[in-house]
Design a protein around this ligand. Structure first.
Ligand code: GCU
Length: 341
């Protein structure tokens, strides 16, 4: 199902051979403000076309193009066609592509402050999450923190909803059930520790490789939301889905910082307005698609189980001391959790 090796050969094959590879896609920043010119943008996504992120992005791209009279043309590449999230993040920095949706865990590896919103105890609901990412006082500095170092700016985010554990052999109802279980996590030190504290053993792996790793028995399971569980067909190989509710995850929309800076004020205002509408649409779709995903997984034979959520939350408490290490991080954590009250 995933063609990880062949992905992006068209775009980046040349890129690795040529040094620098800036503007590989032909994007010329000089023409971005030109009213007679169309700017073609490649946006990378690791989800399928039925995922709420793809649907909201498609509508966003349509509206943005329409309202700018065709000055912008955003093409979405789903299914990791342009590479894994780790790869596309680098492609944005090098100028090979322009935009992507990446999980917070990827940005955490560039700036540890991104660990704060990725910490299991930080968010308790999607509402709190959307409230926070729309609050420049809390996230303004964080969202611009990678502009100088990586030419990446964060525009906003989509929720990943609540993440739970699923396994191939039996439900996970309490931390002791995870003993000896090898669970895939995203590429994040904090999430490796998260699974250890929850009782299991963690293996970081990119999204597109999870299905095969579980199918072949290399891993016993993974953790994700119901929508990913079903759209990635993980439900076929790990049919026991248990409501550990250990994390409300967050994806970010990222963009080349120099491209954002080159936008005319008028186009940028339209972009921001339509992006805000996309976040709202995504949040609405999320609930609908979660219910649909559960139904589809059940039809395919997967079963859903109640776990001792409190026991998992208690087990995760040490993460705060271990990963909130600076005053800045602690202040951000306070400001975010304040929004939940
Ligand atoms: C979710 C999230 C993705 C992330 C994936 C993962 O599906 O939306 O951005 O890549 O989880 O677990 O890797």
């Amino acid at each position: 199902m995933h063609t990880t090796v062949t992905r992006l050969t068209a775009v980046v094959g040349a890129c690795t051979l040529l040094s620098g590879c800036a503007n590989l896609g032909g994007l010329d920043l000089e023409t971005v403000g030109d009213p007679d010119h169309t700017t073609y943008v490649k946006l990378a996504l690791n989800q399928t076309e039925s995922h709420p992120s793809y649907i909201a992005l498609e509508h966003f791209a349509e509206r943005f193009s329409e309202r700018t009279d065709g000055r912008w043309d955003i093409e979405i590449y789903p299914n990791e066609q342009l590479g894994s999230q780790q790869e596309v993040l680098q492609f944005i920095s090098s100028g090979a592509i322009e935009m992507a949706i990446v999980s917070g865990t990827q940005l955490e590896n560039l700036n540890k402050d991104f660990q704060v919103p990725n910490m299991p105890t930080t968010f308790t609901s999607v509402e709190q999450q959307m409230d926070v990412i729309r609050d420049p006082e809390i996230v303004g500095e964080l969202f611009t923190s990678l502009e100088g170092s990586n030419n990446v700016t964060v525009i906003g985010g989509f929720t990943q909803g609540t993440r739970n554990i699923y396994t191939s052999r039996a439900p996970i109802t309490s931390p002791k059930d995870l003993q000896g279980q090898k669970i895939r996590v995203q590429e994040s030190d904090m999430h490796i520790r998260m699974i250890e504290l929850m009782g299991g053993s963690a293996t970081p792996l990119s999204y597109g490789e999870v299905y095969t790793a579980i199918q072949s028995g290399v891993l016993d399971g993974a953790e994700n939301n119901e929508v990913s569980y079903t759209t990635q067909k993980h439900s076929e190989v790990a049919p026991f889905y248990s409501s550990t509710e250990h994390l409300v995850g967050l994806d970010y929309m990222i963009m080349r910082a120099d491209l954002r800076a080159a936008m005319s004020p008028e186009d940028r205002a339209i972009f921001d307005e339509e992006w805000d509408a996309a976040m709202t649409e995504h949040t609405t779709l999320w609930d609908i698609e979660t219910k649909e995903a559960i139904k589809q997984a059940q039809e395919g034979g997967a079963t859903f189980h109640k776990a001792d959520t409190q026991a998992f939350h208690d087990a995760l408490a040490p993460l705060q001391d271990e990963f909130l290490t600076t005053d800045k991080q602690r202040a951000m954590y306070e400001a975010i959790t304040e929004k939940a009250r």
